[in-house]
Design a protein around this ligand. Structure first.
Ligand code: BTN
Length: 270
């Protein structure tokens, strides 16, 4: 990683301190440990390669050298922000969405709760974790992985879902650190709007599969089909079921799948 370019990009963001690695297990693990030692708000961990990158639902997240943006941002949430803890992941989704849209003039969509899709293929995954003391989160770690070059996309063999990278759509080399700079500045912007009607409006406006039939999968044996209506004021996904009942689903152990498409959105997990 070019440390001069990185430092230059970060100097145009609210980042207060950073640790940059050529290779690491997981930037989230490093960030959680640093947060435990009292890292300042808006401290950043970034690595060119991750050997034990983690995704949601205990999946692996592969980060090959030079192929991706893999970073974790430490925030020390205020008491008001703690009330909106579940919105930190969608906050990252909004920040990445806006960076990709504005910087590359692409039309990304946010797959609830927070994956970023372009042409229905996943280009970015988000894993938010927290350090807790006496039941209170004293640090939140926003882990973001963005596929940049083709090398970040795993072979499709045996993959349940499609993944893609930014360069597949920009058709020209992407400057990783400019993307990073935009995402970090957008995180600061949307953080100030956490839980506001503007936040939910923006999220809903760019939601993937809105008005389409989707399936919420709770387990292998339990799934519910309905038309995706939008998001409620708690960040839950609202479906209109066949019996005309509206049902809200909490972020947690549920998976969202589009129906009638072979092009499900997945990650770069192996
Ligand atoms: C997912 O879609 O399952 C979430 C993937 C999150 C990957 C990022 S890469 C940076 C940070 N470090 C990790 O170990 N995971 C997150």
């Amino acid at each position: 990683m070019d440390s001069i370019q990185l430092a230059d990009a970060l100097s145009k963001t609210p980042v207060t301190a950073f640790r940059a690695f050529e290779t690491i297990g997981s930037t989230n693990d490093e960030a959680l440990a640093w947060a435990d030692q009292g890292a300042a708000d808006f401290s950043l961990v970034i690595s060119d390669e991750q050997t034990k990158g983690r995704g949601r639902f205990d999946r692996r997240w592969v980060t090959r050298p030079g192929s991706s943006l893999a970073f974790s941002l430490i925030l020390n949430p205020s008491p008001v922000e703690i009330e909106h803890l579940s919105l930190f992941a969608p906050l990252c989704g909004l920040a990445v969405h806006d960076a990709v849209k504005v910087f590359f003039n692409l039309e990304p969509e946010i797959k609830w709760p927070n994956d970023i899709l372009i042409e229905r293929k996943k280009c970015c995954g988000i894993l938010v974790e927290a350090n807790w003391t006496d039941g209170i989160p004293n640090a939140v770690v926003l882990g973001i992985g963005i596929n940049i070059t083709q090398d970040s996309v795993p072979p499709s063999d045996g993959q349940l879902f499609s993944a893609a990278c930014l360069e597949e759509f920009t058709h020209c080399p992407v400057d990783r650190f400019s993307v990073l700079q935009h995402v970090l500045n957008n995180i600061q912007k949307w953080r100030a709007e956490l839980g506001t009607s503007r936040f939910f409006e923006h999220w809903t406006n760019h939601l993937a599969f809105k008005g389409e039939q989707v399936m919420i999968v709770k387990s292998e044996k339990q799934s519910i089909i309905g038309v995706e209506k939008g998001i409620d004021q708690h960040g839950n996904l609202v479906l209109l079921l066949d019996n005309n009942e509206e049902k809200a689903f909490e972020v947690g152990d549920v998976h969202l799948r589009p129906l009638n498409t072979s092009n499900n959105s997945g990650g770069n997990h192996a």
